[in-house]
Design a protein around this ligand. Structure first.
Ligand code: PGA
Length: 236
């Protein structure tokens, strides 16, 4: 997707909170047109009623439309449930569930076909940080495989270096900005929307948007803390 005049704020709740009451409480407190809420699957249809201004997204989907795939959710089902976005290729999916870039690529294509905008996570793992050369090679390979035959006009990219996710150790803004420029060069499109993700909080969010030039942020932990997330909303 091309850049938007307003920054995007994506709340990735991961496997939280534990109850529907809590989910409704957080969503109603934080409902704002800037926010795309990505709750667990089971809360999607209930929260669709609570979330009036913001938009709703899922955290994963399968590559097929229907069939004998026990435990999976298809992008067609998500579309039917009112979902507009889906996070794909998150590093937790890539590491904990061993999803390959090829699998992520298939999911991206299926989501686009179903009319859902994929928020595609790209980021170097810890092993890639040995040298700048190695990091760039990792990002290049991951981008090429993940986005094979995908038009960047149909997606949003989220740059999330692994060391920064859930660690409190956010990526220095100048480094994140350099990576963002490399991603733009590799996809040969300066207009693609690129978000930053990894330990975003109310103190650092505006530097990623203003100094780093990112088009928004993908927020994990802080999006479950209503007062902190409200400060993030207010500061962008
Ligand atoms: P974090 O998570 O904000 O808790 O680092 C970001 C993410 O996993 O998308």
């Amino acid at each position: 997707m091309t850049k938007n005049s307003k920054p995007l704020l994506v709340a990735n709740w991961k496997m939280n909170p534990q109850t529907i009451e809590k989910a409704k409480e957080i969503a109603s407190f934080l409902d704002n047109e800037k926010v795309i809420f990505c709750p667990p699957f089971v809360f999607l249809s209930v929260l669709k009623e609570t979330i009036q201004k913001g938009k709703i997204g899922a955290q994963n989907c399968f590559k097929e439309k229907e069939g004998a795939f026990t435990g999976e959710i298809s992008p067609v089902m998500l579309k039917e449930a009112g979902v507009k976005y889906v996070i794909l290729g998150h590093s937790e999916r890539r590491t904990v569930f061993e999803e390959s870039s090829k699998e992520v690529n298939e999911k991206i294509k299926a989501a686009i076909e179903a009319g859902i905008t994929p928020i595609v996570c790209i980021g170097e793992s810890e092993e890639c940080n040995e040298s700048e050369e190695k990091t760039l090679l990792c990002i290049k390979e991951q981008l090429q495989e993940t986005l094979q035959d995908v038009s960047v006009a149909d997606i949003i990219i989220a740059y999330e270096p692994l060391f920064a996710i859930g660690s409190g150790n956010s990526c220095p803004v100048d480094l994140a900005e350099r990576r963002k420029i490399i991603i733009q060069e590799l996809v040969e499109d300066k207009n693609v929307a690129i978000l930053y993700g990894g330990s975003v909080n109310s103190e650092n969010v505006s530097s990623y948007l203003k100094e780093g030039g990112f088009d928004g942020v993908l927020v994990g932990g802080a999006s479950l803390n209503p007062h902190e997330f409200l400060r993030i909303i207010e500061s962008i």
